[in-house]
Design a protein around this ligand. Structure first.
Ligand code: NAP
Ligand code: ZN
Ligand code: ZN
Length: 348
């Protein structure tokens, strides 16, 4: 099926209209008419080849939400008219030890990401959600709680799960002091989840203008990370710090805020390596880890949690044609707090 999309043709060209082909739904496939797609900073890293492994043309977008139009004959959990969502994963081997534990993002054969992954059906690469529609195996298609605003739910598919999963794994909750670094798409969901789980939540931001929003979103305290005196007051006090920053920054400044056996978890992915001093890790003993999105079952668990607790993203809706301007604003840390593309704008 010829499908309208937006693509980057090279690392230095702005995104523009592009036509892709979506497969006819196979027996276990769900075809979704995309209503909304969130804009993740990963989309920018890929469109500009900042990580060095983009295959062009690339159609970004992995916070995909829409309505089911057709299903294959063996599909049991979706029917035309249902709301459905697709996140960062569209397939995996489904057999390896990681897949068997519901950690498809760490598939030992190869997780298939929603864009820029080898596509066994087309022989090319997968194309993401900056498009009219997507076809996805039902095993990788998520159910969307009916009480959530669909536009505000779309970014849960990446920004939501990427913060929910590490906060759960490292037991952010009552009695814990948890820091979230950066108030962007991921960070604002990190603040909401840490607060919802009952942790004492501290936001670290470089933007003085975000202090009031940080508190409104659920932070108990907001620290301006450029102010050494403010940082120093929190020395060796955190159980966990979740770092969502997309660009170069000093990890040691945050490691020094962890208490004995505290853990800093990187989810932000700056293109350059970030230096870590050994002293930051053993004065006192501390952990540095990372986390990648979340598996399919945990993504559904997160969506259901959001439905039950009425948690959704703070968004600014844009037209597809505004994507290049949205990227520039994200790079300036000027997004409150996730851009979501109204995909109807692509059809007109
Ligand atoms: P975003 O909306 O652009 O937010 C990033 C935030 O980081 C900014 O709002 C800003 O917050 C802070 N920041 C930016 N530049 C900074 C700098 N030079 N120094 C200090 N702070 C800075 O991005 P996002 O969509 O949340 O994504 C964040 C990162 O996570 C990206 O690298 C993305 O690729 C990565 N990511 C990883 C995963 C995963 O599974 N691990 C999943 C999704 C995204 P303040 O204004 O508050 O300082
Ligand atoms: Zn993402
Ligand atoms: Zn696997």
């Amino acid at each position: 099926m010829p499908t309208k999309a937006f693509a980057a043709q090279s690392a230095t060209t702005p995104l523009g209209p592009f036509s892709i082909t979506r497969r006819e739904p196979l027996a276990r496939d769900v075809e979704i008419d995309i209503m909304y797609c969130g804009v993740c900073h990963t989309d920018i890293h890929f469109a500009r080849n900042e990580w060095g492994f983009t295959t062009f043309p690339v159609v970004p977008g992995h916070e995909i939400l829409g309505r089911v139009t057709r299903v294959g004959k063996d599909v049991t959990s979706f029917k035309p008219g249902d709301l459905a969502a697709v996140g960062c994963l569209v397939d995996s081997c489904r057999k390896c030890p990681s897949c068997s534990q519901g950690l498809e993002q760490f598939c030992q054969t190869e997780p298939v990401f929603s864009y820029n992954s080898p596509d066994k059906h087309s022989g090319g690469v997968t194309f993401g959600g900056y498009s009219e529609s997507i076809v996805c195996d039902e095993a990788f298609t998520l159910k969307v709680p009916k009480n959530l605003d669909p536009a505000r739910a779309a970014p849960l598919l990446c920004a939501g799960i990427t913060t929910y999963s590490p906060l759960r794994k490292w037991n952010a909750g009552k009695g814990k002091k948890v820091g979230i670094v950066g108030l962007g798409g991921l960070g604002h969901m990190g603040v909401k989840f840490a607060h919802a789980f009952g942790a004492h939540t501290v936001l670290f931001t470089t933007s003085e203008s975000k202090i009031a929003d940080g508190k409104r979103l659920g932070a108990d305290e907001v620290v301006i990370s450029k102010d050494a005196a403010q940082m120093g007051r929190h020395a060796a006090s955190f159980d966990m710090i979740l770092d969502t920053v997309s660009a170069d920054h000093d990890l040691n400044a945050y490691l020094s805020l962890l208490k004995l056996d505290g853990t800093m978890v990187l989810v932000g992915a700056p293109p350059n390596p970030q230096p870590v001093s050994a002293f930051s890790l053993f004065m006192p003993r501390r952990n540095l880890s990372g986390s990648l999105i979340g598996g399919i079952a945990e993504t559904q668990e997160m969506l259901d949690f959001c439905g039950r607790n009425n948690v959704a993203c703070d968004i600014e809706i844009i037209r597809m044609q505004q994507i290049n301007e949205a990227y520039e604003r994200m790079i300036r840390s000027d997004v409150k707090y996730r851009f979501v593309i109204d995909m109807a704008s692509l059809k007109n």
